[in-house]
Design a protein around this ligand. Sequence first.
Ligand code: SF4
Ligand code: SF4
Length: 136
Amino acid sequence: MAISKRIVLHFPPRLVEQPIIYRLVKEHDLVLNILKASVTPKEEGLLILELSGARKNYDKGIQYLTDVGVRIQSLGQNIMRNEARCTHCGACVVVCPAGALSLDPDTRMVNFDEDKCTACELCVLACPPRAMEVHF
Ligand code: SF4
Ligand code: SF4
């Protein structure tokens, strides 16, 4: 059975320059789509990615990451838009790295595609009327 999940990986500084992602993909036959990356030598690294593959490979891959010391966080929280507050100003569109927020050229309204959202929360900070909300 195939599985696909969005997860956040936190790399402690000692692991940032090691080929962990290379081994994850090569040795566990998984496919990954990196949604966001923040990696600086000697500092904690962060990767938000979608990891897909056969269930048993996925589980082995997660075990491998845990064994080497990567902290794994599920993207369990949801980002929701408070429609009553949104003024369709567009400020969130430019900060969204996942393309989940887009401006409709015809209506000039901002569309929110929840399926593309990686819950990075950048729009929450960028939205002037605080229309983007984090729900747990
Ligand atoms: S920044 Fe806030 S108010 Fe502006 S379009 Fe985005 S969600 Fe709506
Ligand atoms: S949290 Fe906001 S900025 Fe981040 S992916 Fe979702 S909609 Fe885009």
